[in-house]
Design a protein around this ligand. Structure first.
Ligand code: AMP
Length: 588
C-alpha cells in the first residue's frame, strides 16, 4: 500500500462539478506547456509523433498538454476529464513513451483498467494505433469473450493489457495474468468502475502490482469513495482538470446554441437533416482530425451540399483556393480542423457546427466566436454522441450559457420545411416576377380544371424541381440519462455474469427487448450490458433483468430508451456479429 496522497478533501459539490478549481501539488508540478504547444513540444518520441501525424491529429488537446509530460516523467496523476476531452491519448501516449526499447519478457509492463468491454476494445485499439511503430503488443481482456483466446494472447507476450476489472482478477487468480512487471497502472473512468461495482476488484488488483509502480486515475467526476481510493493508492499525484478556464464576461458571444444527441452511426445523416432545416448561408463544420474532415466532406458532397475541406495537411495555396470559394459563395460549407481554421474570419458565416463535442470548453468558445458578430444572428450547433454528454454539461457551466438540446428534425419536419421554402419562393415570384407569359397556360387549363387544382399541380412541379430528395429514414432519437446522485455500495455488472434483477434495475416503465443471439453464440449478460452502456446514454445499472436462452436473449431496458437501444444495437454488434433486435412480442 502506498503512503497517502496529498489530495485535498472533496466537497460534495465537487462530485458533480468537474471544472472546480484544481489544487495542484505545491512546487512539484512541471509547468504545463503553453497553449499552441505541439505534440513534439511535449517531448514525445518520433515513433509516436509519426503515428499521430498519420492519424491526422494536428495538436494536443488541453488534457493531453497537461498530462503527457508529467506522466511520461513517471509521475502519479489524477485527471478529472470526461469522454471527448482526448483523455485516452493523454494516458496512452505516455504509457507507450515509457516502454523500454528492449522488451524481452512476455509479462505486461502496463495495465489499463476500464469499466466496459467496449471501452477495453476502444482503448486497446487506440494504444495499438499509437504504438504501431514501437511494436507495442496490446491485448484487451474482458468478460464475455472466451477465456482461452485471451490466455493465448497473454501467453504470446504482451506490453500493455487493457482489461475490465472482473476479468483481470479472474485471469490473475488463474495465474495467467502476471502483474509483477507492471510499471504503470491506469484506471480509466474510475467513477464508472465504482458505479458498476468493481471497487473490491480494483483494490485487489492494485494490491497485486509492484509498489514502485506509477498509478494514474482518470474520472469524469470524483465521488468520495474514489477520492479515498486515490488517497490510498496514488503517491503524491499531480491533479489535472480540464475546462477550468472561465471566459471573461462578454467573451462568450450571443449565439443561439443548440445540441443534438445522436448515435455515432447516424451523425452524418443527422447533420444533413439539421443543415437542411437551418439552411445556413455559410457554415463551418469542425472535426477532430484530418481524416474526419476528408470523410465528412466527401459524405456531404455526396448528399448534395457544396462542402470544402480545410486542414493542416493542405498547402497554403490549396487553403487560399478553398477560402476564396467560401467567400465567393461557390461553397456553402467548410469542414475544418481547429488548427486549419485558426485566425480565419469569414464575414458571411452564419453557423458553426461542432461535429463532436469539443475537447475543451475554451475550444468551444473560440469556435462559436466566429459567428454572432456585429449584431448578426449566429447559430452554434453541436452533435453529441451519448457518451460525450457530460462534456456538454461542462461547457454549459463554463460558458454560463444554456445549450438547448433539441430533437433531430424528423422526416415530417423536413417535409414541412421544404414546403415552406417552396411557398416562400412562390410568394417571391408572385411579388416580383413578370408572370404574364404563363397566363395562356393557366387559362386553357381552367377550361377543364378549377384554378385551385391548377395551382396545386404547379406547386407540386415547383416543389419537386427545387426540393432535395424526399427523405429517407427517421433518425432514432437518443434520450440522455438524467444526472443522478451516486449511491455507494452498489454492485452491478462484473462484465461476465449477473443475476437477473427483476424490475428493480431500471425502475419506472420498462420494456423487454428480444436479441437474436444467446448462449449458443457465447453471449453472456456482461456482453449485453457492455454493448448497451457503450452505445447509448444508458449506464450498466439502467439495464434490468437479463435472460439468456440458447438461441436468443431478453433484456429489460427503460421504456423511454427502448428505441434508442434497438437502433444502437442494430448499428453495432453483439459478440462480433449483427443480430436481430426488436421489442419482445407479448405472449398471445
Ligand atoms: P477520448 O476523450 O479519449 O474518448 O477521445 C475522443 C476522440 O478524440 C477520439 O476519437 C480520439 O481519437 C480523438 N482525439 C484525441 N486526441 C486528439 C487530438 N489531439 N486531435 C484530434 N483528435 C483527437
Amino acid at each position: 500500500m502506498h503512503a497517502p496522497g496529498t489530495i485535498g478533501p472533496m466537497t460534495p459539490e465537487a462530485e458533480t462539478t468537474p471544472e472546480a478549481e484544481p489544487t495542484p501539488e505545491a512546487g512539484t508540478a512541471p509547468t504545463a506547456p503553453d497553449e499552441g504547444a505541439t505534440f513534439a513540444d511535449l517531448g514525445l518520441r518520433p515513433e509516436l509523433l509519426a503515428a499521430l501525424s498519420r492519424l491526422g491529429y494536428e495538436e494536443p488537446t488541453p488534457i493531453q498538454r497537461e498530462a503527457i509530460p508529467p506522466m511520461a516523467a513517471g509521475r502519479d496523476l489524477l485527471g478529472q476529464a470526461a469522454t471527448g476531452t482526448g483523455k485516452t491519448a493523454a494516458y496512452a501516449l505516455p504509457v507507450l513513451q515509457r516502454l523500454p526499447d528492449e522488451r524481452p519478457g512476455g509479462d505486461p509492463l502496463a495495465l489499463v483498467l476500464v469499466p466496459t468491454r467496449e471501452l477495453a476494445i476502444q482503448v486497446s485499439e487506440a494504444l495499438h494505433r499509437y504504438g504501431r511503430d514501437l511494436g507495442a503488443r496490446v491485448v484487451p481482456v474482458y468478460g464475455g469473450q472466451p477465456i482461452p483466446r485471451q490466455l493465448r494472447a497473454l501467453e504470446a507476450g504482451v506490453d500493455v493489457v487493457v482489461a475490465t476489472p472482473g476479468r483481470a482478477l479472474d485471469l490473475l487468480q488463474r495465474g495467467s495474468l502476471r502483474l509483477g512487471g507492471v510499471a504503470t497502472v491506469v484506471l480509466d473512468e474510475g467513477d464508472e468502475m465504482l458505479d458498476m461495482g468493481f471497487a473490491e476488484d480494483l483494490e485487489a488488483l492494485l494490491d497485486e502490482v509492484p509498489e514502485e509502480r506509477q498509478t494514474v486515475l482518470f474520472s469524469a467526476t470524483m465521488p468520495r469513495r474514489l477520492d479515498s481510493m486515490a488517497r490510498r493508492h496514488l503517491r503524491d499525484p499531480l491533479r489535472i482538470q480540464v475546462a477550468r478556464e472561465v471566459p471573461t464576461e462578454g467573451e462568450a458571444p450571443r449565439v443561439r446554441q443548440t445540441a443534438f444527441v445522436v448515435a455515432r452511426a447516424a451523425k452524418a445523416a443527422a447533420l444533413g437533416r439539421v443543415l437542411d432545416v437551418e439552411s445556413p448561408t455559410a457554415a463551418i463544420v469542425f472535426c477532430r482530425t484530418r481524416d474526419e474532415v476528408d470523410d465528412l466532406t466527401e459524405t456531404l458532397n455526396g448528399r448534395g451540399y457544396r462542402a470544402e475541406a480545410l486542414h493542416g495537411g493542405m498547402s497554403q495555396e490549396q487553403r487560399d483556393r478553398v477560402m476564396g470559394r467560401l467567400r465567393g459563395g461557390t461553397a456553402e460549407l467548410l469542414v475544418a480542423t481547429d488548427v486549419a481554421a485558426r485566425g480565419l474570419d469569414v464575414e458571411q458565416l452564419t453557423h458553426v457546427v461542432n461535429y463532436d463535442v469539443p475537447a475543451a470548453a475554451e475550444t468551444y468558445v473560440h469556435r462559436i466566436g466566429r459567428v454572432g458578430r456585429a449584431g448578426r444572428e449566429g447559430v452554434a450547433i453541436t452533435l453529441v454522441e451519448p457518451r460525450a454528454h457530460r462534456m456538454l454539461k461542462t461547457i454549459e457551466r463554463v460558458t454560463g450559457a444554456p445549450i438547448k438540446v433539441e430533437r433531430v428534425p424528423t422526416v415530417a419536419d423536413l417535409r414541412a420545411r421544404r414546403l415552406e421554402l417552396t411557398r416562400a419562393a412562390l410568394r417571391e415570384s408572385l411579388l416580383g416576377d413578370d408572370l404574364e407569359r404563363f397566363r395562356g397556360v393557366v387559362e386553357t387549363l381552367t377550361d377543364e380544371f378549377d384554378v385551385m387544382e391548377v395551382a396545386l399541380a404547379a406547386v407540386k412541379l415547383a416543389h419537386e424541381a427545387t426540393g432535395g430528395p424526399d427523405d429517407e429514414e427517421e433518425i432514432p432519437e437518443v434520450t440522455l440519462r438524467p444526472e443522478r446522485p451516486r449511491r455507494d455500495g452498489d454492485r452491478g455488472d462484473r462484465g461476465q455474469g449477473r443475476p437477473p434483477r427483476g424490475r428493480s434495475g431500471p425502475g419506472g416503465d420498462t420494456e423487454r427487448l428480444f436479441i437474436g443471439a444467446g448462449r449458443s453464440a457465447g453471449v453472456r449478460p456482461g456482453d449485453l450490458v457492455g454493448a448497451i452502456a457503450g452505445e447509448t446514454g444508458l449506464r450498466g445499472r439502467d439495464v434490468g433483468a437479463i435472460e439468456i436462452a440458447e438461441r436468443f436473449s431478453l433484456v429489460e431496458v427503460p421504456a423511454a430508451s427502448a428505441d434508442e437501444v434497438i437502433a444502437a444495437l442494430k448499428a453495432s454488434s453483439v459478440k462480433g456479429r449483427k443480430v436481430t433486435v426488436r421489442r419482445e412480442r407479448s405472449p398471445a
